[in-house]
Design a protein. Structure first.
Length: 151
DNA sequence: GCCAACGTTGGC
DNA sequence: GCCAACGTTGGC
């Protein structure tokens, strides 16, 4: 069982959206490193849900992986923002997973706060200029975050 | 809205 | 295979 952190813009898809829908395909990832992380996920892996590009970026809830990686259908959909005409149908370039809602935090653990936690100092998340939208979380990092959150 | 940082593309 | 240009991410 592994831990992950996944970013989403709340204007596009928020923790409240996931809570309401229970499950959601996590598609649209178009970065090779993030894609490789998606492909290494297993059902039951735990996920920190992070809101990015918003007034108060931070961890807002938890989810878990409910389906392992499958070809991201949006890459073959010409009407999708994520359409990728260069992806070979017999060897799809992009993957998605399905995640299920677990909990919403009573209060977000803000990026400002995350930056002050020594145990998290090597996470790409807290590094300036970081753009990785899916990243692994170590058990020590998970524990440090869990110690500061209530759901 | 701005801009720094980064990944990707494409010319050579 | 290098690297400049470009587009995107994401904090502020």
């Amino acid at each position: 069982m592994a831990y992950w952190l996944m970013k989403s813009e709340p204007d596009v898809f928020s923790i409240d959206d996931l809570k309401r829908k229970k499950k959601e395909a996590w598609d649209g990832v178009r970065n090779f490193q993030a894609r490789n992380y998606l492909r290494s996920m297993a059902v039951g892996d735990q996920v920190l849900f992070y809101h990015s590009s918003c007034a108060v970026p931070g961890i807002v809830g938890k989810a878990k992986v409910s389906k392992p990686a499958f070809p991201d259908p949006t890459q073959f959909n010409p009407d999708s923002d994520y359409y990728d005409p260069t992806s070979p149908p017999d060897n799809p370039r992009w993957s998605a997973v399905e995640v299920a809602f677990v909990s919403k935090l009573k209060a977000p653990l803000t990026l400002d706060e995350l930056k002050t936690i020594e145990a998290l100092s090597s996470m790409p998340l807290v590094k300036r200029g970081n753009r990785l939208s899916v990243m692994p979380v170590s058990s020590a990092e998970w524990a440090a975050i869990a110690a500061r959150t209530a759901s």
